[in-house]
Design a protein around this ligand. Structure first.
Ligand code: DGY
Length: 323
């Protein structure tokens, strides 16, 4: 019996590619460059399964061509707002993701950004590399103490909770959060956290605000100019969720004009483009979407995709089906 044909749009950890090559008739995008929507539309006509990543864009137009052969999109990642899931579903395509396995690493990156921006780690590193450090002095590069400060979390899912635990139990911070649906207070207190009714309540109470909600239409520009102005003066914004949750132009203006004190960003509205204003400001720490970028996590993400598509092609329900 012929094996299902699958396409990986990017190169994956070698151990995962080996399993895929064993089980499927696998094609690897040897260029390892993001595929254009047109190329993905063509791939949908050729392969039984397509395995995209956040670096691919699959808008409705990709699914409009007809003659679609693909039955499953096994997304390599937990966030799937780069896929028009409704359009995929209307073509009978199943979509899966990789929840759970990247929780800790992404929460670590949020913590890293919080500490880096509070303690001016990026500025310090740049100063030393430029050969400009004059030596220790009582007033040199003074940052903000995190212990005892309040951190506000927007989105109390797996990653929001893991981040709350780090902040409260690891760094002695007070933790408040906003979540669309109510969270049992006993459950919240396991993470040292307390739910507040609105986003505005969280913004007004927090010295640090960290975003952990999904991207896409429902949260697009949730942090706009008005909400940035509603943050406490001197507060910091951390974004490891999706770039489109923040109005980047409004953020750049808020950072430049001192509306907020600093920001730590791992995600951007039009990756890999990072606006020049952000790149030139000292009070922002910028990372290139590293949330899940550890050997262990990327391998686990790949193995989740393997489990999902194996179940699907065996006629079973994929464990991480989102549509
Ligand atoms: C995720 O899993 O959503 C990461 O951001 C990488 O796509």
């Amino acid at each position: 019996m012929s094996r299902p044909t699958i396409l990986l749009t990017r190169r994956w950890p070698a151990a995962v590619e080996a399993v895929l090559a064993e089980r499927f008739d696998a094609t690897f995008n040897v260029d390892d460059q993001p595929m254009t929507p047109e190329a993905i539309a063509q791939a949908l006509q050729r392969y039984d399964g397509v395995l995209p990543t956040v670096s691919d864009k699959l808008p409705a137009t990709v699914f409009a061509g007809g003659d679609i052969r693909t039955k499953i999109l096994g997304n390599f990642g937990v966030g799937y707002n780069h896929i028009d899931v409704a359009a995929a579903k209307s073509q009978g395509i199943v979509v899966t993701n990789t929840p759970g396995v990247l929780t800790d690493c992404t929460a670590d990156i949020a913590m890293l950004l919080l500490l880096s921006v509070a303690r001016r780690a990026g500025e310090g590193e740049r100063q030393i590399r430029a050969g400009e450090w004059q030596g220790w002095c009582p007033t040199h590069m003074i940052g903000t103490k995190v212990t005892g400060k309040t951190v506000g979390i927007i989105g109390f899912g797996r990653i929001g909770k893991a981040f709350a635990r780090r902040c409260h139990f690891g760094f002695g911070m007070d933790v408040v959060f906003y979540n669309r649906s109510p969270v049992d207070p006993a459950e919240a207190s396991r993470y040292g956290a307390r739910q507040l009714p609105t986003v505005e309540d969280v913004l007004g109470a927090s010295d640090f605000v960290s975003l952990h909600c999904p991207g896409g239409a429902e949260n697009r520009h949730l942090m706009n100019a008005e909400r940035l102005a509603a943050m406490k003066p001197g507060a910091f914004l951390i974004n490891t969720a999706r770039g489109d949750v923040v109005d980047e132009a409004a953020l750049a203006a808020a950072l430049k004009n001192g509306v907020i004190r600093g920001a730590g960003l791992d995600v951007y509205e039009a990756e890999p483009h990072v606006p020049e204003t952000l790149r030139t400001l000292e009070n922002v720490v910028l990372l290139p979407h590293l949330g899940s970028a550890t050997e262990e996590t990327r391998t686990a993400m790949g193995m989740k995709v393997v489990d999902n598509i194996t179940a699907f092609f065996d006629g079973k329900e994929p464990p991480d089906r989102v549509a």
